[in-house]
Design a protein. Structure first.
Length: 372
């Protein structure tokens, strides 16, 4: 889905002519043309990975059925961020997902009017459906139990559709999560874990400290199990409330956005990520078992066999441990503001700790992790 023209670097590089060509190429409009447009930042506008704007379009024909507003996603304006291999790979994954996988996915996503990426330069562009008045969730605020139920049931349909799918082979841009080598694991032990402890400035339970100290030894084995061994499915891999849109008027309206981290792995990882960090502990405890049974029932309804509750719970506990490691890395290494660090340390971390303790994850590592 590309018109082979230069990729705009920001909304200032757009023009009515470029938008017309892009929307015509993506079949969002016919013979009409964009005559003028306005743009405004969507919330913060510039995130860690890119710039997001809302475009308001005017056409040369009042009868045009083209979109009147849309969301434009651009690469980061920061050259250091844009040139990082992981960042460029994330741009390609999101563009390719919309080009090659979104249309056959059962998980509701915004319509994509145009997408293009230049891997070498790190520039990319996405023109997406504006889902307003649907609203995005908030990890800080958390979600209702009904919203949690919607999120888990929707991701179950998504995972079931892609479960051990031969279609993975045609997605050359798709990979699992990269398993760390010895140097990275040593860095986690010697640099990230101490930096995390300094930044949170909080006394952790003994069991959680023990998990953090053992992660340097076991993290690679956990990741190989979750992201390289069967059964595998397609993961959103950032399945959290800021990436979900809920209908303002219709309770069943639900969309998932931000596909920069899509990869393959064990589906329960998405579930563990969502439940452990997006729900208040009392809500997770009240709904967790029922939601996990709902998730497995939907898999079974789609024909998934030989993945039983005990298997899922083992993978769920491993996923919680891995997510704790990811949270450690995020707090220790991301260039966050003090406010962002506090959100992770004061909101997400207590939820994570609650889940680790409730599922006795420390004893899982103490057992030596007899993984394949």
């Amino acid at each position: 889905m590309t018109i082979h023209v230069e990729i705009p670097h920001s909304p200032a590089d757009l023009s009515p002519g470029w938008l017309t060509k892009a929307l015509q190429y993506g079949q969002a409009i016919g013979t009409c043309a964009v005559s003028e447009f306005e743009y405004s930042p969507l919330e913060a506008g510039e995130g860690h990975y890119g710039q997001i704007y809302r475009l308001k379009l005017t056409y040369d024909s009042p009868e045009s059925v083209g979109p009147r507003t849309m969301i434009a996603k651009f690469s980061s304006g920061n050259p250091d961020m844009r040139q990082r291999p992981n960042t460029r790979a994330s741009y390609e994954r999101e563009v390719r997902f919309y080009q090659e996988a979104a249309q056959e996915s059962p998980l509701p996503v915004p319509a994509c009017y145009y997408a293009d990426v230049d891997i070498e330069s790190g520039w990319h562009i996405l023109l997406l459906e504006d889902l307003a008045p649907a609203y995005s969730g908030s990890r800080t605020r958390g979600c209702s139990r009904n919203e949690a139920r919607t999120a888990i049931r929707q991701i179950a349909h998504f995972h079931a559709h892609w479960w051990e799918s031969p279609g993975f082979a045609k997605f050359k841009w798709l990979s699992g999560m990269e398993v760390p080598g010895d140097a990275e694991l040593n860095n986690f032990r010697e640099q990230l874990w101490p930096a995390f402890l300094r930044k949170i400035n909080t006394q952790l339970p003994d069991e959680v400290i023990k998990i953090g100290e053992m992660l340097g030894e076991y993290r690679g084995r956990i990741m190989r199990h979750l992201f390289t061994q069967k059964p595998q499915t397609l993961l959103h891999a950032d399945y959290q409330l800021e990436n979900m849109m809920f209908g303002a008027a219709e309770e069943d309206k639900f969309f998932v956005v931000d596909w920069q981290f899509v990869k393959h792995g064990r589906g329960i990882w998405d579930v563990a990520y969502f439940l452990s960090q997006n729900l208040a502990p009392e809500d997770r405890k009240a709904t967790e078992k029922g939601l996990l049974h709902d998730y497995l029932r939907i898999l079974e309804d789609y024909g998934v066999r030989d993945y039983y509750f005990d298997d899922a719970m083992y993978d769920y506990r491993l996923s919680l441990i891995h997510r704790f490691g990811a949270l450690i890395t995020t707090i220790a290494a991301m260039p966050f503001t003090d406010e962002q660090i506090r959100m992770h340390a004061d909101v997400l971390l207590p939820r994570m700790i609650s889940a680790l303790l409730d599922h006795d994850c420390c004893s899982l590592l103490d057992s030596g992790l007899k993984l394949d």
